[in-house]
Ligand binder design. Structure first.
Ligand code: IFM
Length: 473
């Protein structure tokens, strides 16, 4: 039976500046933390970097034409802080002009621009002044947000401050897997707070400029289930992952407080780090962070099944490896005694479980416990697979097409159960630079041949175009 999406539901795709633009040092752009980190030997598979990426900076017109061909209604992209304000300094007219041209091209194609201000590529010069561990960076971010608004505010309605602050704090400053590659619990905690403060400060500044903007944030969230929901150790393992991944960000944003159980857990591991973090949380910060929003973006890739008991058959922990599948420092400050249970679900090329029903439950839970009347958007969801190019040049990626269909359908399940979900963005439009994994992992519904920069719509792209045209699954 086919089921239809409500009127107004938006279908789109998502990308991020560093992952697709290239032109890393053109027209005044200077290094971001990813330009620096990708040059650290061993940090990124094959020593790959985003210098050229998908060359979208030069090919954006063709890429918008592809979006049009797919029938996309909206396109989520990010602006590069290092392009707009090189080294975090004054505005670079040529840099901001690129985004102005992109927005014009999108609007001419009848595609709604969905702008993210921070998708991880902070100027390296700011990292050298403390990066996200420095409170000052929050104000610098708000200044950057206003300069983007000065140029694009007349044409862009939907603004997302941060993409996945869990990644740009704990994965980046505690596990060291992402730029800037620090490995400190203290730094991860400070970064998380300053990212949230930057979000709140930017929201305040943008609202003062224009009360009609749609302002939001995008979080990557998981569904943390206990292997045995009668087993206290399993329940506790699930509580700790939910707390450190989801609630650490949702609670301050929607309830104006950090989860006290998690603060306690982390204090048991590193009391000095928690004390520094407490000093960094000033009076009034949580009020700024919890200012009302117009949209909450949720990025969902997979859930996890957790236990407090060691697993005999090995663990399916998706969080503690780097691009080279090496064990890394844990991004979870409190991780002793948490075990991931292998449950035999199919896995993507990232080794992530395919669990569409988790998306339905996640949307229902976030709406009930946090968002209330704030509309939800699935701002990322997608899969990497080892694509094979046929002799005819076609990529018959049936696995990705099925992944997409199942997750679009899981989103509709949430809508039909009464959750106010208003859009779905597939990650990603193009194969692109997958951070520590370099160009080895392809998420696109459009293949990119990195030698020629030729684009080719994959089977999954055609499947998505069909869904969008029918507005049904
Ligand atoms: O490529 C990333 C993206 O930048 C942020 N969310 C997850 C994607 C896949 O790993």
């Amino acid at each position: 039976m086919t089921r239809s999406f409500p009127d107004g539901f938006l279908f789109g795709t998502a990308t991020a500046a560093y992952q697709i633009e290239g032109a890393a040092f053109e027209d005044g752009r200077t290094a971001s933390i990813w330009d620096a980190f990708s040059r650290v030997p061993g940090a990124v598979v094959n020593g790959d970097n985003g210098d050229v990426a998908c060359d979208h900076y030069h090919r954006y017109r063709d890429d918008v034409a592809l979006m049009k061909q797919l029938g996309l209604q909206t396109y989520r992209f990010s602006t590069s802080w290092s392009r707009v304000r090189p080294d975090g300094g004054p505005v670079n007219a040529q840099g901001i002009d690129f985004y102005s041209r992109l927005v014009d091209e999108l609007l001419a194609a009848d595609i709604v621009p969905w702008l993210t201000l921070h998708h991880w590529d902070m100027p390296q010069a700011l990292e050298e002044q403390g990066g996200w561990t420095s409170r000052d960076t929050a104000q610098r971010f708000a200044d950057y947000a206003l300069s983007v608004h000065d140029a694009l505010g007349d044409r862009v309605q939907h603004w997302t401050t941060m993409n996945e602050p869990w990644c740009s704090s704990f994965l980046s400053y505690t596990a060291g897997v992402h730029a800037p590659g620090r490995t400190s619990i203290r730094d991860g905690l400070l970064a998380s707070h300053h990212l949230l403060l930057a979000h709140g400060t930017a929201v305040q500044a943008l609202r003062e400029r224009d009360a009609t903007l749609d302002l939001g944030i995008t979080l990557n969230l998981t569904v943390a289930d206990a292997a045995d929901d009668k087993d206290p150790l399993d329940l506790d393992a699930a509580r700790r992952i939910d707390g450190q991944f989801n609630r650490w960000f949702l609670d301050p944003l929607f309830h104006g407080e950090y989860p006290s159980d998690i603060v306690r857990d982390i204090r048991d591991v590193d009391a000095a780090a928690v004390s520094d973090w407490q000093d960094a949380v000033h009076d009034g910060d949580l009020q700024i962070i919890s200012a009302p929003l117009d949209a909450l973006g949720i990025n969902y890739y997979h859930g996890e099944l957790l236990s407090g008991h060691p697993q005999s058959g090995g663990e399916g922990n998706p969080h503690e490896t780097d691009g080279q599948q090496r064990p890394t420092a844990s991004p979870f400050p409190s991780h002793e005694g948490i075990h991931w249970v292998e449950r035999g679900l199919p896995r993507t090329g990232m080794d992530w479980e395919v669990q569409p029903e988790g998306l339905t439950r996640l949307l229902q839970r976030v709406a009930a416990d946090y968002a209330g009347s704030v509309p939800l958007y699935v701002t990322e969801n997608g899969a990497a697979y080892d694509d094979v190019v046929g002799e005819d040049g076609e990529v018959a990626d049936a696995d990705r097409a099925a992944f997409l269909r199942e997750h679009v359908s899981a989103t509709l399940d949430a809508v039909e159960s009464g959750v106010d979900v208003r859009g779905y963005f597939y990650w990603s439009l193009l194969d692109n630079f997958e951070w520590a994994w370099g160009y080895g992992k392809r998420f696109g519904i459009v293949r990119v041949d990195y030698d020629t920069q030729r684009r080719a719509i994959k089977q999954s792209g055609r499947e998505y175009a069909r869904i969008i045209a029918a507005r049904a699954v």
